[in-house]
Design a protein around this ligand. Structure first.
Ligand SMILES: Cc1cc2nc3c(=O)[nH]c(=O)nc-3n(C[C@H](O)[C@H](O)[C@H](O)COP(=O)(O)OP(=O)(O)OC[C@H]3O[C@@H](n4cnc5c(N)ncnc54)[C@H](O)[C@@H]3O)c2cc1C
Length: 509
């Protein structure tokens, strides 16, 4: 029997959409290229004793009544899938030479922390934080009112949002005359976007910054449990996921997609998978290229003309016989920059491939939950994340494998040097496991074009009204991924649920 929804890819938005549809009684089948579900959110095991989530670190929108919680409640998963909160007094610790700032959701406290560091700019800091709060509140109003249709019913909210729609966060920092060091401390979570302040959309920054201010979370039983629980809903409601199937083509007849053709990556054989409706969780632009761009309307072609977000470099490590708490780690992330100029720092790493003074994120998931099943007793997981250029790594890997490996080693060593100098003097002595992921690793295991991190790039141009959504101009094909909605854990939960709501009429958001 043809499934009601044939879904290409098992990323988070696909699993959320699939679970909601399966629970509503629809027949769902997912075709996934990888051997694991979850896309960027998949978990892999190394050395038989370590479990690492590929990309997810911390997430927002998971508190009582927030987006993720509402969707999980609808799936009866809210008691099974629970979350632990990061330290609300300082969930992100920003560190740079001579300065440090703990980011909190309490704006009065944040203003007073920043004002203590920059007393001469206290008024400007206050005006900036209040504006961010106002724009965030406006987004909340508009999204609960249903966005575009209700813009005119909420003129004040619309004006606040509209005013900065074309701005980067750098432009807004400058508008408020914030000192350079204050800008850097506020934008040091740049690895969450893989974009520097002079390119990052102010709107994207506000959504994430204030999203985490309302609560930064980590799943009590790790991200693997979240993914497995969504898969379980699909499978226990007569749905299925077929792994190791890479979709290579879409069969189209008179503006309707009848099936997809996938290569079984184990046997090399091709299979045809029919579906009444096709949901495209794989990258929309790549899917459109398979379909043939000319088969889509001009307006969709225009929306598909996006640039990809930058790729990244990840190091997954474990340390033994050391109490990281003594060195300033805890229920928070540490974001480090060796330079006060994040724009320059990003350019040096991304365009010049020079990591001698890196800026990067440090995550220690072991502090967030009692569940230590991701590592052997007495050990702690520690992960590092920064930006990296796909083309550079692809060329190195294809032309000179030893040089590719050497570059990966060099970046990890540069980050560890910073850690030893600034945080944990004997870090290398305690390091018992390390593995690194480059942009090409991203492409190989997450099937993301150019190893992109967040789908389409989060610049103002791409965040504004011309942005792609679920519509494709073909009768039964819908996009459902970070690039056609919002990136991130909460963003893709929202994207999957929004499409479910649109197609089923069942209001849950
Ligand atoms: C380095 C990094 C760190 C991040 N950190 C965080 C974080 O801390 N918090 C947060 O909220 N978000 C984070 N994110 C973002 C978040 O992980 C993603 O936005 C989200 O998981 C994307 O989900 P998606 O539904 O768009 O699908 P994807 O994860 O892109 O999944 C797409 C799926 O489609 C499959 N696929 C692709 N092509 C084919 C094909 N041809 N045939 C069959 N299957 C195919 C892929 O294998 C994959 O499973 C991070 C991302 C990166 C890269």
């Amino acid at each position: 029997m043809k499934p009601d929804y044939l879904i290409v890819g098992s990323g988070l938005s696909a699993l959320v959409f699939g679970a909601l549809m399966a629970k509503a009684g629809k027949k769902v089948r997912i075709i996934e290229a990888h051997e694991f579900p979850g896309g960027f959110g998949h978990t892999f095991t190394m050395g038989k004793k370590y479990k690492f989530n590929a990309q997810l670190h911390y997430v927002w929108g998971c508190g009582e009544g927030q987006t993720v919680n509402r969707i999980l409640s609808h799936l009866n998963l809210n008691k099974k899938v629970t979350f632990e909160q990061y330290d609300p007094n300082g969930y992100d610790h920003m560190k740079m030479p001579g300065y440090s700032l703990e980011i909190t959701g309490d704006n009065q406290l944040l203003i007073s922390r920043l004002s203590r560091l920059f007393p001469d700019s206290s008024d400007n800091i206050k005006r900036f934080i209040i504006t961010v709060e106002k724009v965030s509140r406006a987004f909340d109003h508009l999204s609960s009112a249903g966005f575009n249709r209700n813009l005119f019913k909420l003129p004040q909210a619309a004006i606040s949002v509209f005013k900065y729609r074309k701005n980067t966060i750098q432009e807004v920092f400058d508008l408020f005359c914030l000192p350079k060091e204050a800008q850097t401390l506020l934008a040091l979570q740049w690895p969450d976007f893989l974009l520097p302040p002079n390119q990052l959309s102010f709107h994207a920054w506000v959504l994430l910054f204030t999203g985490y201010q309302k609560g930064a979370f980590f799943p009590t039983k790790h991200f693997e449990h979240v993914i497995n629980s969504l898969v379980e809903v699909i499978e226990s409601n007569n749905g299925s996921i077929v792994y190791n199937q890479e979709v290579m083509d879409f069969v189209i007849d008179n503006k309707t997609v009848s099936s997809v053709i996938a290569k079984d990556l184990m046997s090399g054989q091709d299979y045809e998978y029919p579906g009444k409706n096709i949901i495209c969780n794989m990258d929309p632009k790549l899917a459109a290229d398979m379909i043939g761009m000319e088969k889509l309307s001009h307006s969709i072609q225009k929306k598909l003309d996006y640039e990809y977000s930058a790729s990244n470099f990840m190091a997954y490590c474990a340390v033994k016989d050391i109490d990281l708490e003594k060195y300033g780690f805890g229920k928070w992330n540490v974001f480090h920059s060796g330079s006060v100029d994040l724009n320059e720092s990003f350019k040096t790493m991304y365009q010049e491939h020079d990591y001698s003074n890196p800026s990067f994120a440090i995550c220690t998931p072991g502090f967030l939950t009692e569940d230590s099943s991701d590592r052997p007793p007495g050990e702690q997981i520690i992960e590092f994340l920064t930006v990296a250029d796909y083309d550079y790594f692809k060329n190195l890997r294809e032309s000179d494998k030893p040089a590719y490996r050497k570059k990966k080693k060099e970046i990890l060593n540069a980050m560890i040097d910073v850690v030893e100098k600034n945080y944990i003097p004997d870090f290398r002595k305690h390091l018992v496991f390390k593995i690194t992921g480059s942009p090409t690793t991203n492409k190989r295991f997450c099937w993301c074009p150019q190893g992109n991190s967040y789908g389409s790039i989060l610049t103002p141009e791409n965040m504004n009204i011309r942005r792609l959504n679920h519509k494709t101009s073909l009768n039964n094909l819908y996009f459902c991924n970070a690039s056609s909605g919002f990136a991130g854990f909460a963003g893709t939960f929202w994207t999957g649920a929004k499409l479910y709501q649109t197609l089923s009429g069942d209001k849950i958001l």
